[in-house]
Design a protein around this ligand. Structure first.
Ligand code: PRP
Length: 212
């Protein structure tokens, strides 16, 4: 894949937003739009190959250098860490990490060790460590909002976008943890070996984002 730039996109919304961005840059995205069940698609005439993957796997493929670039949420970056460069804040996929729990309850009241449920245990650990606060963390795979409702946790650290899920389940944000948006990441070796191609693409992306 010498001259080809391979970019892994997080399947779903970030994939769609990136494809729209490429289209507004004048790229032929027809193959990606008509992808069917295919997972590797060309951007015709640009020497770019799009790879569709789950968020955490985008990071894995970029770290291992089998994809040069990746588009992934800051939430996954914060949770997984890893060795790659973060190049551009793409501005879409905006949401935030927040500490939330039952409405009207003071999370910080009392001296007992609190239990916090999250799909993002590393983000949760880092957040409470930065406060010097000891908490028990319970890993939940999805619909984390259930944990305080069922009495498993005093709070959750989760993604909040519109706030509707919290509201409709009688929960509220206690505190913001970190803002989240989509990022363009690059393999550290690709950044050297394919510098010219990558720089050119990043310049085009940044120009398009400025014009939005
Ligand atoms: C995410 C997040 C919240 C919801 C927030 O869940 O975990 O549940 O979206 O969005 P809102 O503020 O706009 O209501 P997702 O749909 O990714 O599924 P999950 O619960 O299985 O992680």
């Amino acid at each position: 894949m010498n001259d080809v730039i391979r970019i892994a996109l997080t399947k779903g919304r970030l994939e769609k937003d990136t494809v729209n961005l490429f289209e507004s840059m004048g790229f032929d995205v027809s193959a990606v739009r008509d992808k069917g069940r295919r997972l590797i698609l060309p951007i015709n005439g640009r020497g770019i190959e799009v790879v569709l993957a789950k968020a955490a796997d985008v990071i894995t493929y970029v770290e291992h250098g089998v994809c040069d670039l990746g588009v992934v949420g800051k939430d996954t970056i914060m949770e997984h860490g890893g060795k790659y460069f973060e190049l551009v804040d793409l501005g879409f996929g905006k949401c935030r990490f927040a500490l939330a729990g039952k409405k009207g309850t003071d999370f910080y009241k009392g001296y007992g060790v609190k239990t916090v449920a999250s799909k993002y245990t590393n983000v949760t650990r880092a957040f409470f460590e930065s406060k010097g606060m000891d908490v028990d963390i319970v890993k939940i795979e999805g619909s984390v909002e259930l944990a305080p409702l069922l009495g498993l946790a005093d709070g959750i650290v989760d993604i909040v976008e519109t706030g509707t899920t919290l509201k409709e389940n009688g929960l509220e944000v206690y505190e913001n943890v970190a803002p989240v948006s989509a990022r363009l990441i690059v393999n550290t070796v690709s950044m050297k070996l394919k510098k010219e191609c990558i720089d050119r693409l990043v310049e085009m992306i940044e120009k398009e984002l400025r014009n939005k």
